[in-house]
Ligand binder design. Structure first.
Ligand SMILES: Nc1ncnc2c1ncn2[C@@H]1O[C@H](COP(=O)(O)OP(=O)(O)OP(=O)(O)O)[C@@H](O)[C@H]1O
Length: 587
């Protein structure tokens, strides 16, 4: 019985360690600092855990847990300051180095007893371990359906797209790091006070990899993952013992193999095998559930003013001396052959690229080196991308819900105590997202993963996601690419209705016929410079525009555009001649 109780306690403790890896993995970060943070918390807690209850009523373990979690969180924050700018394997290496530094530091301290290790009072049993695990799992369960949880998932799927939804990516990444540090601290203190002995070498590279494997094998997209991983991997040695196989290499070999299998075939880990709805949120098509949204600025309000804006990459002048204004209710088109600088221009307008020349103001925000894309998004700008940037593993509805980040409320704290207002806010956010999904014709695909949708549907989903933020300025980068005529016409109708609602629309599109019919004004770029600007009619008749397209040899889209331009110009001339004849006749 005793043996099983200690096995069960180890399962709970290993799961807590796996949750600390999970906390960073859900935000798409790979950190190997967790065991280093755990050992720091464990050893420093030995300095503060009293023999008797503090003030006569606070149990010694509680003092250690609070202290250890604080140490873990603070150390993670301090470590995060320099390493947060790193990504992927570089972050893993830097955090691994930190873990090693902690180990070497602790081994060389007299108060830790060095490599001989330190004794701790036995304060943790099976109940304490499972209560702690339940609390940690509960926290991650409540996180998963909250706005904060969705922001983490969005960052994991696509950082750039997340930042253009208004999510402050560096702050969220740091938050996940600090949360992970606190959980690691909790693990360290519980572990030391359960085993009654710890030496710094137990918190080594292998222990870090073990924790990571447990989290990844369990699954990093569903909150029960770390628990499953721990049950599975902790039970392996027991099974081995029951079968009478006495070989130390079996467990590491199996966990390595499992890791490979999970990475190759089971992206959701063991937790991915549990059947469940893909999204925690359902479509809410009840218009009564829609919240009151802030009205858009009055029609004709200027929302964008660019003055001699430019961007150079080394010697390449991608955009040069562009003057442009845009007001609410207006549809402004940007056309030009491939490489003309259109995407670079909208990247500057949305804060993704920093201009190198000129100036610009968008929604009252200056386009400067310190301007971040999420600030512009918060101010009311939403965009789609030339290369579709969806959160592929999230459902269509969850994608649009992330789009509504700007206008929704954070519900995490309310969710922890099950406040009814959390439900109300979430229902409102779901209603906004559902309305946009239905508006673009994807109501029946709400639960489909974005990555499984057809190309045309993905384009529409990106538009729905942008609309969910209730934007004042909508930037569309080739929204009709891959759409047929009927779909493009439907899209044009949608854009017209948005402009009629008072949204300012800036659109890049190679489909010249669509642009001439849709836009109020068109600006034509070539080699980064404005070569023509005016009404569609003026632009279609401008010989420099046709020349620019004809000049772009080997560019199929430009050739098609040139043909369309020539046709439209010819039709326009015919139309004008007809009008003139008609006017003559009426006289
Ligand atoms: N990050 C970068 N580094 C170097 N050069 C770049 C970069 N981004 C764009 N450019 C260059 O800037 C010019 C404008 O590119 P941009 O993508 O803005 O054109 P575009 O009009 O959007 O073209 P397309 O229609 O193909 O999307 C091109 O010559 C391109 O090679």
């Amino acid at each position: 019985m005793f043996e099983y109780s200690s096995l069960l306690t180890f399962i709970a403790l290993t799961a807590i360690l796996a949750y600390s890896f999970y906390a960073v993995l859900i935000a798409g970060q790979l950190s190997l600092a967790q065991v280093g943070l755990a050992s720091l918390a464990a050893f420093t807690s030995s300095l503060v855990v009293p023999n008797e209850p503090l003030f006569g009523f606070i149990p010694p373990l509680m003092v250690g847990v609070v202290f250890g979690m604080a140490v873990g969180a603070i150390a993670a924050f301090v470590l995060g300051l320099p390493v947060m700018r790193l990504r992927g394997v570089f972050l893993a290496i830097a955090t691994l180095a930190f873990g090693e530094m902690v180990r070497i530091f602790l081994i060389n301290q007299s108060w830790t007893n060095g490599a001989q290790g330190l004794s701790f009072p036995k304060l943790v049993g099976i109940e304490t371990a499972w209560i702690a695990l339940a609390l940690v799992a509960f926290w991650f369960w409540r996180l998963s359906g909250s706005r904060m949880g969705r922001a983490f998932a969005a960052i994991r799927e696509d950082e750039l797209a997340a930042t253009t939804m208004g999510i402050n990516v560096p702050r969220y990444r740091m938050a996940s790091f600090v949360i992970a540090g606190a959980v690691a601290g909790l693990y360290g203190v519980l572990f030391a006070h359960f085993t009654r002995f710890a030496d710094p070498n137990q918190f080594s590279f292998e222990a870090a990899v073990d924790g990571l494997v447990t989290a990844v094998v369990g699954g990093t997209t569903f909150f029960v993952g770390p628990l499953l991983g721990s049950v599975f991997l902790s039970a392996l040695p027991e099974l081995q013992r029951t079968l009478g196989i006495d070989a130390g290499w079996i467990r590491p070999a199996i966990s390595g193999l499992l890791l490979l299998i999970v990475i190759l075939f089971l992206p959701g880990g063991l937790a991915g095998l549990i059947p469940r709805r893909r999204s925690s949120t359902r479509l809410v098509s009840d218009p009564a559930a829609l919240p009151q949204l802030e009205p858009l600025p009055a029609r004709g309000t200027e929302v964008m003013a660019l003055r001699a804006l430019g961007k150079s990459y080394g010697g390449v002048r991608a955009v040069h001396d562009v003057d442009l204004t845009l007001a609410t209710g207006e549809i402004l088109g940007l056309i030009g052959p491939n490489g003309a600088g259109k995407t670079t221009l909208v990247n500057m307008v949305t804060g993704v690229t920093v201009p190198t020349g000129g100036s610009g103001t968008v929604l009252g925000i200056e386009l400067a080196a310190k301007t971040r894309a999420h600030q512009l998004a918060r101010a009311g700008i939403a965009r789609t991308f030339q290369q579709i940037k969806l959160f592929n593993r999230l459902s269509a509805l969850d994608n649009v819900l992330v789009g509504g980040y700007r206008i929704s409320r954070n519900t995490m704290l309310r969710r922890l105590v099950f406040l009814p207002s959390a439900r109300r806010f979430e229902r409102e956010a779901a209603a906004v997202a559902s309305a946009q999904l239905i508006r673009v014709g994807l109501g029946d695909k709400a639960t489909t993963a974005a990555g499984d949708l057809s190309y045309g549907d993905q384009r529409r989903l990106e538009i729905a996601r942008a609309l969910a933020s209730h934007p004042t300025l909508l930037v569309l980068d080739e929204p009709a690419a891959g759409m047929n005529h009927v779909e493009a016409e439907r899209l044009s109708e949608l854009i017209r209705s948005l402009a009629a609602d008072g949204v300012a629309v800036l659109i890049i599109e190679h489909n010249v016929r669509m642009m001439l019919a849709l836009c109020d004004r068109i600006t034509v770029l070539n080699f980064g410079e404005v070569i023509a600007a005016g009404t569609p009619d003026e632009v279609a008749r401008d010989p420099r525009v046709l020349e620019a397209y004809l000049g772009a040899e080997g560019d199929a889209a430009a050739t098609a555009a040139a043909e369309e331009l020539a046709e439209v110009a010819a039709e326009a001339v015919k139309g004008h001649d007809g009008d003139a004849a008609g006017t003559e006749g009426a006289r």
